[in-house]
Design a protein around this ligand. Structure first.
Ligand SMILES: N[C@@H](CCC(=O)N[C@@H](CS)C(=O)NCC(=O)O)C(=O)O
Length: 184
């Protein structure tokens, strides 16, 4: 039996909203579901949160630093680029790149991706900013690069987080009153 919609591996970093907190269930047959390939604490955390909040059924498979899946497969045969997040859809299609995966989950959720108007483009704007400017400047810390590189990245991150804080203002979510795909 496989536990799906599993918030356990959030490691206490994120508390799902009350709407999804009691949504765990078990697969008891060969039903096909999406698989999120992830690494604890990596950027795939955003996709895990989005899947939970979307209420979609999924299973988690973790990847270690040697690109092995927790069930002993070579991850490079699934995503030759070797990056998490990687999402295997229910029909076996493999989707990569955080921006695309979050936008996909947002569309499938029916609620997390604003449907039209400027809010939709703001959501994509936020995803792009986070997966380029923010994520790129976290790399020197993950990879333990030189002190000057870390210092430059730290300065950029302070500016970037300040701009997100300014955009958030006193709204409950980045784009307004309800959670969108820009929040995880
Ligand atoms: N362009 C990719 C980058 C994802 C990425 O860098 N993921 C990191 C974890 S946060 C990773 O898998 N690193 C493994 C590696 O560098 O080999 C995306 O936006 O999804």
């Amino acid at each position: 039996m496989v536990l799906v919609n599993n918030p356990d591996r959030l490691h206490g970093i994120y508390r799902p909203s009350s709407a999804v907190a009691d949504n765990d269930n078990y697969l008891t047959n060969a039903e096909t579901i999406m698989i999120l390939y992830h690494h604890p604490g990596a950027c795939s955390l955003a996709d895990h949160i989005a899947l939970l909040e979307a209420g979609l059924s999924y299973k988690l498979v973790s990847i270690d630093r040697n690109k092995q899946t927790e069930d002993g497969r070579d991850f490079l045969t699934i995503n030759p680029r070797g990056y998490v997040p990687t999402l295997e859809l229910d029909d076996g299609t493999v989707l990569t790149e955080n921006l695309a995966i979050l936008a996909y989950i947002g569309d499938r959720s029916g609620t997390l991706m604003p449907e039209d108007g400027v809010t939709r483009w703001r959501a994509l704007e936020a995803l792009s900013f986070m997966s380029t400017a923010i994520h790129g400047n976290l790399v020197p810390f993950f990879k333990d690069l030189s002190t000057p590189e870390k210092e430059r990245a730290r300065e950029a991150l302070v500016r970037h987080f300040a701009s997100i804080a300014e955009q958030l203002g006193d709204k409950p979510f980045l784009l307004g009153d309800r959670m969108t795909i820009a929040d995880p």
